[in-house]
Ligand binder design. Sequence first.
Ligand SMILES: [Fe+2]
Length: 335
Amino acid sequence: MYSFISASAAGLAHTQEFARRYLTLTGEFTSLSHIEKSKVQEILNDDRDGLFAAQVEKIQAKLKDPEIGIAAVDIPTGIMDNAAADTLCACLAATAISSAIAEPTENERNATPFTLYNASQKNEDKLKEAGLKFYSPEERLGFHTDGQLRPEGVFVPDFISVYNVMIAYRQPGSFYYLPFELWREREEFREAFGVNQDVRFSLTPIVYAGQNGEIESSDGRVIKAPVFWSDGTKERVFFNGEVDVGSKVHIQLSRDMSRSLLDNPERIACPIRNRRLFIMSNSRGFHARDVFSDPIKGVPYTRSFIRFVSRAAQQVKKSEIDRRYAQPMLETAPV
Ligand SMILES: [Fe+2]
């Protein structure tokens, strides 16, 4: 049984007011790279009118519910008359709402509180030519939790948000979230893997074009981390990438676990749309999405999205990565 959650709509007047305050504060706001974490935070801290307060309260209630754990918000159109400015202001509103829920990690390259991913037919063809295993929007992503590699080790961020700036597919399908509470075979797999028992993962390669068209990849990395982590009070699940190396028992178990998650009778579903923001608890559930189908031809990008990762995160494994090769803040598996 799928329970569909509906997206709430952010108010147009409040979204416009937030953009107006941001413009006043920054002076220049013509690119995504002008969205700075500290400035968004400054307006939020100073926000006596509570522009997004009602919204944030509703989202928090959903995130706290162990049987929900995800919320969706539609950013209205018409914030600005100009289409490009309108798109930017919508990203700003998505940033404000995500930041009000959980302080995001700053992108190391340009100080934005998110990472932008662009997929295009052209860069996918380039990657295919180079023979890289890659993730395209048309590939299905099974249920997983997001991870983050920091020089100190493997982390499971508490919250993840994804804002779809643009999806050039007529049938983008749905986004799914499976709260741990609703996973019927959780105990069986917890026992089979064991708690705090290391499993070897080949990281899901992220191959996407970054803001300037550069190719970002995390291919070819193997890490060790427990699937089920606990310190006696808190529980986390790290399930990201492929278990295709090491123990045959683990390889089979992880296949069975992926199947169990897909076959679980309950899950939360929400259709994917342009300008829809998904905010989810990454410490309480898995997420997945459908294959995007029926691409719209003749567009430069097939999908653009920005992704927020909370600073709050649980370390589930101390680093065993050679520090010379450790890329700080490498994020695993975008949605
Ligand atoms: Fe993900």
